[in-house]
Design a protein around this ligand. Structure first.
Ligand code: SF4
Length: 334
């Protein structure tokens, strides 16, 4: 339904051209949940924002690629056509619900504005839009929606605001919902409620979800497929089982080892991945993880590893998967 092919995106800055996304291929099927994971600066949010064409085009350059939604290339259509896609076909939830809302408008008016602006076909009267806003607040399980619809964002808690933002994103029944770190600003119990709400929305409204996160706990709880990004490329992609139980990329192993587990002994420190991500103004010609990888070989620094297809669902970029590589590791089952 949504397919990203060889996407390359750069930002022009005073320090030079930042090659933020360097050839990403992803596919989202109907009712899929795809998690894009990785550290800050790996290109995951840029990929999501490019789907919505939210960049400031004065300093952004789409170097190549296609983003096909039901066969239409979103990178080729006009801004006017794109405005119809945003909200109607693709909804977005941002990390900070407070900054996603207008503090001077009631939440009801903000939802009504989305409905009036994006709903194709029938024009809604003020009264109808308010009634629909109440229904949407009810759908996201906000208590007393009749009263709350007339309140301002500062009268809501963080978790309640994220419910409002989800209601706005779902207002026009989009096919795809993009959630950029939707639970990062929330405390743990509220995080679980928001993830459950998103799963419920998916079941009821048959929406496909792309969730951007650095939190593997979030991935385990919601995702069906996972793309692990590093240095602007997807280094491993698979089902959630492929990534958690059969991962083959040393960076994915590092991410998995850094999760806190109940099996850890008291006082046992959490493992971290030593070093820093590559500078994408001068991205490495070889494997972007080579400077931090304990298995790095000469070939890793000189050549980007090709994508190896490990199964129908699972692919990975690492020279250790080359048939001629003398080092044979492979992830133990966890
Ligand atoms: Fe490590 Fe080389 Fe594999 Fe990159 S290609 S992850 S440097 S072993």
């Amino acid at each position: 339904m949504l397919e990203i092919k060889d996407l390359r995106v750069s930002f022009h800055t005073y320090s030079g051209e930042v090659q933020a996304v360097r050839g990403v291929n992803l596919k989202l099927e109907d009712e899929d949940t795809l998690a894009i994971v990785g550290e800050s600066g790996c290109g995951k949010s840029v990929t999501a924002q490019t789907i919505m064409r939210l960049h400031n085009m004065e300093n952004t350059e789409i170097k190549s690629g296609e983003i096909l939604l039901d066969g239409t290339d979103l990178l080729k259509i006009s801004e006017k056509e794109m405005q119809n896609i945003r909200g109607n076909k693709i909804g977005m939830i941002f990390q900070e619900p407070m900054t996603a809302l207008n503090p001077t408008m009631t939440v009801g008016n903000q939802i009504a504005e989305v409905l009036r602006r994006h709903k194709r076909g029938k024009k809604l009267s003020r009264k109808e839009a308010r009634e629909r806003a109440v229904e949407l607040l009810q759908m996201v399980k906000l208590p007393n929606p009749e009263q709350r619809v007339d309140q301002f964002p500062h009268e809501f808690s963080g978790g309640q605001l994220q419910r409002v933002v989800i209601a706005m994103a779902m207002a026009c029944s989009p096919q795809v919902l993009i959630a950029d770190e939707p639970t990062t600003a929330l405390d743990v119990t509220v995080q679980a409620q928001i993830l459950n709400l998103m799963k419920e929305m998916q079941r009821e409204k048959k929406v496909s979800i792309i969730i951007i996160t650095h939190d593997l706990g979030v991935v385990a709880s919601i995702a069906k497929k996972v793309a692990v990004m590093y240095g602007g490329i997807v280094v491993e992609m698979g089902t959630v089982e492929d990534i958690f139980y059969r991962s083959e990329h040393p960076y994915t192993w590092g991410l998995l080892d850094s999760i806190s587990r109940l099996s850890k002994q008291k006082g046992e420190p959490l493992k971290s991945i030593e070093g820093t991500p590559p500078d994408l103004v001068k991205p490495p010609v070889g494997c972007p993880f080579a400077d931090r990888c304990e298995y790095a070989m000469k070939v890793c620094k000189d050549h980007l590893p090709p994508e190896t297809e490990l199964s129908e669902s699972h692919r990975c970029r690492c020279w250790m998967l080359d048939p001629d590589c003398p080092v044979k590791l492979g992830r133990r089952k966890v």
